[in-house]
Design a binder for this molecule. Sequence first.
Ligand code: ADP
Ligand code: MG
Length: 481
Amino acid sequence: MTLQLTTVTKSDIGSHHKDIVLLLETVLKLAVEMMKADSGIILLREGDNLSTMAAHNIPTESADKLTELSSRAVNKVLSSGAPLLTHDAQVDPRFGEAESIIMHQITSIICVPMYFEDDVIGVIYLDSRRDRQHFTEDNFNFVNTFARMAAIAVDYARNYSKLYREKLLLYDQIQSSLRFEDIIGKSPKMQDIFKLMHRVMNSDITVLLEGESGTGKELVAKALHFNGPRRDKPFVAQFCGNLAESLLESELFGHKKGSFTGAIADKKGLFEIADGGTFFLDEIADISPTIQTKLLRVVQEGEIRRVGDTVSQKVNVRIISATNKNLKDEVDAGNFREDLFYRLNVITIRLPALNERIGDIPLLVNHYLKMFSDINNVPVKKISPKAMEILSNYHWPGNVRELLNTIERAVILAEGEIINADDLFIPDSEKLATGRKTLKEHEKELVLKTLEDYGNNKTKTAELLGVSLRWLHYKLNEWKK
Ligand SMILES: Nc1ncnc2c1ncn2[C@@H]1O[C@H](COP(=O)(O)OP(=O)(O)O)[C@@H](O)[C@H]1O
Ligand SMILES: [Mg+2]
């Protein structure tokens, strides 16, 4: 059996994969030190591929590493499943003429399979060169046992990452088959939002979502898409904040081969991919003037042009955009094109910060308690009244996102059935602070708002609020200080 050899580079491995690499690097380091080996390598089988997971004293950049060491030893172990020890490779008839053995003056080799149950999932290879000491039977037995333990650890890590991926997938499914009921909120502010959403749901109308980070803008965008006429077509989201202009441009619009260094092939832009569906532009306030101009063409004419292309193409996308800034302010400050603003802002839905709807906190807490208990496969935990009070009073700068992270951690960390104040990762000082406004603050807000609504007319304001003009003057003076 021949196996194809691929090289794993650190940049193209996921984080769980990185954990396995790290684990095997440690295993190899230990084995090399204890056996006083000159070089070593650990290869893992992934389907029909053999990947280098760790190497010592063997150049890692060459893709055909197997010629570097004794490929014969590795292949023998992989195909037979039997461990191999040679005391003196130079005279061993199994290896005598192998080029790498002679070239590198390899004298002694230990190569053992990593068994998990009945499968060989990889090999550990060690060699000793020139006239260094030769490996012994004891060394051999040790590495054999060591390989079995390493295989168990690898299997464990792989299962863990599989479960983790499944969890993400599940979470994604929950989010993407979004029903309106999944958006939690009974507060008047949320009721207004639901009303607005119902009004725009069956149309293609362009919507701008404003609100702090974590208030549910993306959630609303998805709900509009998955409950609207385009639900069977793609929903594509692109984060536009803090991205290099050229990168964002080629993501959104695609590019022609050769249009810039690194454009080695034609690439479809996301607008083409979203054709027929909904495009969610997240953090829209941050896009550059060039891209603003290109976007205007998309919303006005339904046309895009790949970077470096001479012809345009038609696309049909519904645009929903989001920002945590006030987009009108950005227009006034000259950072955002006014014409584009009006095109994007046919309807604005402003998501309230969580501390503007604290009545919804218990609902959200209970919803996420159930969800994270289900995902983590534990019985649904309860929350103590004290803990609920802390959650209701905290000011939640990260809004719902922060709340749900807090709940997930508490579900995982709380030892008993009940989540107590100590299980909440909220700074202790914050646990005491109240997020609610004082009566005085409400008073000030109401007075100033009424004044503004009545064009600074103090007589009218006093009359409306049922206070004397004197009282109003007195208060205004006090607030000036
Ligand atoms: N009203 C809500 N009900 C339930 N979950 C919510 C609500 N608002 C936000 N979330 C959840 O909070 C997290 C952050 O929401 P997201 O839509 O990404 O916020 P934003 O886009 O405004 O930063 C998501 O996991 C989302 O499902
Ligand atoms: Mg977001």
